[in-house]
Design a protein around this ligand. Structure first.
Ligand SMILES: C[S@@+](CC[C@H](N)C(=O)[O-])C[C@H]1O[C@@H](n2cnc3c(N)ncnc32)[C@H](O)[C@@H]1O
Length: 264
């Protein structure tokens, strides 16, 4: 059985906007963090698991031209689009599932960005990643965390509740962030650490923030139209148009986790 939720495969036309919006909104803090990690640890080889269309990893490859990147995804359409879009000399794409059969690469760093939440067996992935790292190599997982408790108004609360339901419906993990540090520790990683980043209009800017929310509403509605009805989608899109220009007391916020550990 493959270690990926098939519900998210073969839907390139629905996910494209979402992956681009996420890269625009979140990448500023992610690039700073990863570039520092790469330089500090003298990393020269990176494997990106679940690279999608490769938007994020190609930006990182441009920032660190001395590092060799290999990027894989289980979705063939995303990989052929990635090849067309990105031509960095230090980055290669491969259509391939990452699992125990993946050839050992002795990688210095394995990254997985918004991919683990769509894996069927997360502990299995952690073990597979451990085995493909060199001694001293680092696993770095970036994940989404759906919080439904902090909401300044009923529409934002509705968005978050329906987002949570969407994840449950399609069989993905809306709060895998919280389980990751222990999974890493249990599988032998040392120096495990994890941070939760606040992604909000104050940290990434109003435009990029609400463009991400718009792209989520469009994606959820395309994939699960019975849950994310046309009316719900329109309500969220209207909210984004309004929120974009309004200053509110309690701002909307998404959480993104960065969890890492080192193979001893
Ligand atoms: C939400 S997308 C994230 C894409 C990209 N990392 C980004 O940040 O834009 C998750 C991707 O992970 C891929 N994926 C999940 N599990 C995988 C596995 N075990 N092997 C290869 N690809 C996997 C899926 O096919 C999907 O394209």
């Amino acid at each position: 059985m493959s270690n990926v939720n098939e519900r998210i495969l073969g839907i390139i036309d629905f996910v494209r906007d979402c992956y681009e919006a996420q890269t625009r909104a979140f990448s500023a803090f992610e690039y700073d963090y990863l570039r520092e990690l790469i330089l500090k640890n003298k990393i020269t080889s990176v494997l990106d698991v679940g690279t999608g269309e490769g938007n994020f990893i190609s930006g990182l490859a441009r920032l660190t031209p001395d590092v060799m990147y290999k990027a894989v995804d289980a979705d063939p359409e995303l990989i052929s689009s990635a090849r067309e879009k990105h031509g960095e000399a230090n980055l290669s794409f491969e259509h391939r599932l990452f699992d125990h059969s993946f050839p050992s690469g002795n990688f210095d760093l394995i990254t997985a960005r918004f991919a683990v939440e769509h894996m069927k067996n997360v502990p299995e992935f952690i073990l597979d990643a451990f085995l493909k790292l060199r001694s001293g190599g680092i696993l770095m997982i970036t994940e989404y965390f759906i919080d439904t408790s902090y909401a300044g108004n009923s529409t934002w609360k509705l968005f978050r509740d329906k987002e949570l339901e969407f994840y449950h419906n399609i069989g993905s993990h809306p709060r895998i962030s919280l389980a990751l540090p222990k999974y890493l520790k249990d599988h032998g990683f040392s120096g495990v650490e994890s941070v939760l980043r606040h992604v909000s209009p104050s940290t990434v800017g109003q435009t990029d923030f609400y463009n991400v929310i718009r792209s989520y509403a469009n994606l959820y509605s395309a994939v699960e139209p019975d849950l994310w009805t046309k009316e719900l989608k329109q309500q969220i899109l209207d909210y984004c148009d309004k929120a974009h220009t309004e200053v509110t007391e309690r701002e909307d916020v998404l959480f993104v986790s960065q969890t890492m550990g080192r193979r001893p």
